[in-house]
Design a protein around this ligand. Structure first.
Ligand SMILES: NC(=O)c1ccc[n+]([C@@H]2O[C@H](COP(=O)([O-])OP(=O)(O)OC[C@H]3O[C@@H](n4cnc5c(N)ncnc54)[C@H](O)[C@@H]3O)[C@@H](O)[C@H]2O)c1
Ligand SMILES: [Zn+2]
Ligand SMILES: [Zn+2]
Length: 355
């Protein structure tokens, strides 16, 4: 922490392929519904890697990255009613104005009132010592007693994303065969979420053996390295030649979306989670008569209250994702560890303030 109270350190995006942990001005209240939160724990998302690849053009040079945090409220605007300085809170990756048409439907990701996924995207984010959180009343959750910060942190993004955009959109039902393409933190969250519905088989597909080992630990019954093995043959063998009831795409490249649409059975559901930076071919010449449903989605984090109850009831273990721990100021090292996850085995790198 610097001696100058008007300055702090943060991870600043400098354009495709470039970012640095540097000195920046402290955030200040802009709207009366804002809170300034001291970041106690933050982490890195696969989406941050997409941003660094240049896949998310809305993110411009100079932006502080990060959209996941657990922190302590320092100051609040005059319009903030429920959140107070000193409160220990989960900062959701999606901010919600709470009053627009989509927020009234719980569709916070599509907020029309200035919320949605803005942190580390359209406004400065959480990979910093402090962060301005807009709409603090409706964009934070009080930290439950007895839940470790690193476990709670997984409710900022990955667990709601896997659950809402994968499991709920894909309508996983008891007895289903669920194929999850991509076993990064998001795919693993989709596996964990699917298990809540008693599927007959969860099949994880990834190119990295380290991720497939994790998938087994998180509840996959079958793992397939699609660099070595044909996932279609394996799924057909499991399903009397029909295909998976639900396929969940959790990578965000054309090949994996196409694979997800190949693996689904007639009448099945394909739930895309991946952030795509380039056009993908939708093979309607093969799909038009298969009665499949394809869903897309940005996480709403409307399931956060449900997931908080599961966490408190020990029905969900967020800390399993926290494979690496570093102090906040080692952010650049954390990016290196996370981006080489096939070698490092990293799932989520948890960065915590050191004093
Ligand atoms: N829709 C949303 O709201 C939302 C929210 C958060 C993250 N995401 C997206 O979800 C995706 C996954 O996020 P993550 O944090 O788990 O990312 P990650 O980069 O950690 O994991 C991606 C996994 O995909 C695997 N993979 C890459 N190419 C593959 C291929 N051809 N076949 C099979 N596996 C392959 C990698 O080995 C890795 O394990 C990203 O695209 C991310 O941007 C979407
Ligand atoms: Zn994310
Ligand atoms: Zn709104």
């Amino acid at each position: 922490m610097g001696t100058d109270a008007s300055q702090m350190k943060a991870l600043v995006y400098r354009g495709p392929g470039s970012s640095a942990w540097e000195q920046v001005p402290m955030p200040v209240l802009v709207d009366d519904t804002d809170a300034i939160v001291r970041v106690d724990a933050t982490t890195i998302c696969g989406t941050d890697l997409h941003i660094l690849k240049g896949d998310v053009p809305a993110v411009t040079a100079g932006r502080i990255l990060g959209h996941e945090a657990v922190g302590t409220v320092e100051t609040v605007g005059s319009g903030v009613k429920r959140v107070q300085p000193g409160d220990h809170v989960l900062v959701s990756c999606v901010s919600a104005c709470g009053t627009c048409r989509f927020c009234r439907e719980g569709r916070y990701g599509q907020c029309l009132g200035g919320g949605g996924w803005i942190l580390g995207n359209l406004i400065d984010g959480t990979q910093a010592e402090h962060v301005r959180v807009p709409f603090a009343d409706t964009s934070t959750y009080p930290a439950p007693e007895g839940v470790a910060d690193e476990a709670l942190l997984m409710l900022a993004d990955i667990l709601p994303t896997g659950y809402e955009v994968g499991v709920l959109n894909g309508q996983v039902r008891p007895g289903d065969v669920v194929a999850v393409v991509g076993a990064g933190p998001i795919g693993l969250s989709a596996i964990v979420g699917s298990r809540l519905y008693s599927p007959s088989h969860v099949v994880a597909i990834d190119l990295a053996d380290s991720r497939l080992d994790a998938a087994k630990q998180f509840g996959a019954d079958v793992v397939i390295n699609n660099g070595r093995e044909d996932p279609l043959a394996a799924i057909l063998a499991l399903t009397d030649g029909l295909g998976a009831d639900v396929t969940i795409e959790a990578v965000g490249v054309p090949a994996t979306f196409e694979l997800a649409t190949k693996l689904v059975r007639p009448g099945g559901r394909v739930a895309n989670i991946g952030v795509h930076g380039e056009p993908v071919t939708l093979h309607l010449e093969e799909l038009w008569n298969k009665d499949v449903t394809i869903t897309t989605g940005l996480v709403d984090t409307c399931s956060t209250p449900t997931l908080l109850r599961l966490l408190r009831g020990s029905l969900l273990d967020g800390s399993l994702f926290a494979t690496h721990h570093l102090p906040l100021e080692s952010m650049e090292e954390a990016y290196d560890v996370f981006s080489r996850s096939d070698e490092t085995g990293a799932l989520k790198v948890v960065l915590t303030r050191s004093d």
